[in-house]
Design a binder for this molecule. Structure first.
Ligand code: PYC
Length: 337
């Protein structure tokens, strides 16, 4: 397969050029370009440069605002709210982050509800600013109804990712970022593009029969990871980042899309917890106990969540990122706007 290697600044510039040419405001284009370049850099191809195709497609379908200015509200002592106004979530999060940090430091725990946002991005990128600030973080968001509940055969839940982060002194943070479906939808779409069969257990066809054909799963239903356990977590995400924050469930998001095929629309919930406020003078001792746990995992040969991403990041910083020439050509063609 022919490929193209880009330095990290080139990857960012390409994304920025495509987004600007298609009419995204300078601030939205920069926030989105940073995110997709970071996904590619960290070896997360399903949330990397490939996403530009879906992002521009969603814009051309009129399903995302290219320039809405996020409105930030101080909702309650420990709750901030960001109204993204129908734009992608990323700029709203950037703008609301200072208020979330201030509230978490003040109260020890704070929540940010991002509402009316179109969402495509990997949640680890939303957690990292929290761990960099020494906070524990949790984030989740529904998507479109693509995933069948355990025991069912029809799509109801989104891929409903959950991310969790724990700060570590002088070490990359512990960051879990996992879809509650067996795989992200982007992974299935990338298998389809590459003409590759899916691993078993990722989805069923429109008749409810197991299949490893990506196209059939995209038309049928994806499955949750871990059967009823992933299904319960997916339902939890629907509730926390849907009705709790006054926003859409995945089924409502898909209904709102009305067959256009745009990216999911709804809300995201982000929690930030400050260990200093929970623990006071005991914080160093208790955070050291977390390190004991991480060391015990690694002593058994287990990889810490996030480890692979940070290793990829180091490699990409040295060597750049490589994508297929066909994807590069498709992305470059979008520069015509
Ligand atoms: O790839 O799972 C996914 C996804 C969620 C929202 C958009 N894409």
């Amino acid at each position: 397969m022919e490929s193209v290697t880009l330095s990290l600044p080139e990857a960012y510039d390409l994304a920025l050029e495509v987004l600007s040419a298609n009419g995204f405001s300078a601030d939205h284009a920069a926030a989105i370009a940073r995110n997709v370049a970071a996904g590619e850099r960290d070896g997360c191809a399903s949330h990397g440069l490939w996403r530009l195709l879906g992002i521009v497609d969603t814009l051309r379908k009129g399903k995302v605002s290219p320039d809405a200015e996020p409105q930030i509200h101080d909702q309650a002592p420990a709750i901030a709210r960001a109204d993204a106004g129908g734009a992608f979530s990323l700029l709203a999060y950037e703008r609301a982050l200072p208020l979330l940090l201030e509230k978490a430091r003040h109260s020890g725990i704070a929540a940010l509800a991002i509402n009316r946002c179109v969402h495509f991005s990997a949640l680890f990128a939303d957690i990292e600013p929290l761990t960099e600030a020494g906070l524990v973080g949790l984030a989740c968001t529904p998507s479109h109804a693509w995933v069948a509940p355990a025991g069912g055969t029809r799509p109801l839940f989104g891929t409903n990712p959950i991310a969790f982060g724990w700060p570590r002194r002088d070490k990359p943070p512990f960051i879990v970022d996992m879809a509650t479906s067996a795989a992200a939808r982007g992974e299935i779409q990338l298998h389809q593009r590459a003409g590759k069969a899916l691993p078993e257990g990722w989805g069923i066809d429109s008749q409810g029969q197991p299949t490893t054909d990506a196209a059939e799963v995209l038309n049928g239903a994806m499955l949750t990871f871990g059967g009823h356990k992933g299904s319960a977590l997916a339902a939890m995400v629907e509730l926390l980042a849907g009705p709790l924050i006054g926003d859409m469930t995945s089924a409502e998001s898909l209904a709102w899309d009305n067959g256009a095929g745009g990216l999911p629309y709804g809300g995201e919930l982000i929690l930030a917890l400050d260990p200093q406020r929970f623990l006071g003078a005991q914080a160093p001792e208790q955070l050291a106990r977390a390190e004991t746990l991480f060391n015990a995992m690694q002593d058994q040969g287990a990889r810490l969540p996030g480890e692979r991403r940070f290793a990829c990041r180091q490699q990409s910083e040295r060597q750049g990122v490589t994508i297929s020439r066909s994807l590069h050509d498709e992305i470059c063609a979008l520069r015509q706007g």
